[in-house]
Design a protein around this ligand. Structure first.
Ligand code: FAD
Ligand code: A2P
Length: 360
């Protein structure tokens, strides 16, 4: 029988775990020979095989994302999507402005298709101060591939209007203001989709830990709809059976985004969904400061690390760039209580395709 190059390569790759296993065995044997006391000196916490070892030994095959669409529409030839909805996601008393905006994608040639966890680019109408067309801004997609109407022909975003003070003047962000002000019927230049960092695994029994601040909830909303929204489940033929745990950070209760939907999922799927909120300006952390999601991560460190030990667990981080050091610090502290080293574990989770970060 003739073998194709791909088959030979696949055959070769299939032997890697065996070779790695033999190499590990020889390495262990040599280490024990050269330093027989090494193991007996360790504390009981350290004796526990570090997380990194078993999860590496069982190295999970990274999913094949080659079919995920990217850059169907580029900046020079964007798709013109028609706005179908634009409404506020905030309740009375909230800080700022955050809107849910939906675009009709029908009629594209080729069709603009995407999957959960990707982003699209928006080119705001008008010109910049130099008279040049505005540059693209990226936005995480907040809908599933079937769209909010389940017809597969729309995309939705969750956009916070950027506003800041400079020299006593309020400056409005160009694209976020354009999007928050846009009316149904208007056409918008859309590019993409882009991104493969935040895709969901295929397994129905995967565990998904989500850490979101503000509009970082956008991809999480798409995941949670894919997992728990009844019509979406019928459409996608993907019966999620794992644990989904959302940590959401917002300044006030009135700023929580899609909260009613998440509460509904939690009550319908209590075995599968957990929802932990850090309301920074209403709750206090143990030091008396603002409650951030990293404080909640620390509070639940034991359970989070028990989940991470399962190679089917993925962690997704999305939202403010500023939260990354805080999350890292919390994970380091939590890891060390289990005798683990986060600075080794994190790159390993990344290598295994289980640590997903998109911050801005
Ligand atoms: P601009 O007019 O471009 O102004 C931004 C600039 O203003 C900054 O570059 C900085 O120079 C300046 N600036 C900002 N804040 C201050 C300040 N406090 N003081 C002084 N100067 C300041 N946004 C969302 O709302 N939702 C999303 O889902 C989302 N997803 C994203 C996904 C990705 C992958 C990326 C990269 C970004 C995402 N963003 C998202 C952010 C989004 O792309 C834009 O950056 C954001 O909307 C601001 O764009 P703008 O045109 O309104 O602001
Ligand atoms: P705060 O603004 O009270 O300091 P939004 O985008 O709606 O403003 O929500 C972002 C949330 O993330 C807010 O609750 C904000 O708190 C919080 N936040 C701000 N900085 C950090 C940080 N470094 N780490 C984690 N959360 C943060």
């Amino acid at each position: 029988m003739a073998y194709s190059e791909a088959q030979v390569l696949a055959g070769g790759l299939a032997h890697i775990p065996i070779i790695v296993g033999i190499f590990g065995f020889i390495q262990k044997f040599i280490l024990n020979k050269t330093n027989p006391n090494k193991q007996t000196k360790k504390s009981s916490a350290q004796i526990k095989e570090p997380l990194s070892k078993p999860s590496l030994a069982k190295t999970i095959k990274k999913p094949d994302h080659s079919n995920v669409p990217v850059n169907t529409y580029r900046p020079k030839t964007p798709f013109l999507g028609k706005v179908t909805e634009n409404y506020s996601l905030l309740s009375d008393g909230a800080i700022g402005r955050v809107n849910h905006i939906t675009f009709d994608l029908s009629g594209g040639d080729p069709l603009l298709k995407y999957v959960e966890g990707q982003s699209i680019g928006i080119i705001p109408a008008g010109e910049d101060a130099k008279g040049k067309p505005h540059k693209i801004r990226l936005y995480s997609i907040a809908s599933t591939r079937h769209g909010d109407n389940f017809k597969g022909n729309t995309v939705s975003l969750c956009v916070r209007q950027l506003q800041y003070e400079k020299d006593g003047e309020t400056i409005d962000g160009v694209c976020s203001t354009y999007l928050c002000n846009i009316s149904p019927g208007e056409k918008v230049k859309i590019t993409g989709p882009v991104g493969k960092e935040m895709l969901l695994p295929d397994q129905e029994d995967a565990n998904i830990i989500m850490l979101a601040t503000g509009t970082g909830i956008a991809p999480m909303r798409a995941y949670l709809r894919r997992m728990f929204e009844p019509t979406e489940r019928e459409k996608n033929n993907w019966s999620f059976k794992g644990k989904a745990w959302l940590f959401m950070g917002a300044p006030k209760t009135a700023n929580l985004l899609y909260d009613d939907d998440f509460e509904r999922y939690k009550s319908k799927f209590p075995e599968n969904m957990r929802y932990t909120k850090a309301i920074s300006r209403e709750q206090k952390n143990t030091k008396g400061g603002r409650m951030y999601i990293q404080d909640k991560v620390l509070e639940h460190a034991e359970e989070i690390f028990a989940l991470i030990e399962n190679p089917k667990t993925h962690i997704y981080l999305c939202g403010l760039k500023g939260m990354e050091p805080g999350i890292d610090e919390a994970m380091s502290k939590a890891a060390s209580t289990k005798g683990l080293n986060w600075s080794e574990l994190r790159p390993q989770l990344k290598k295994e395709g289980r640590w997903h970060v998109e911050t801005y």
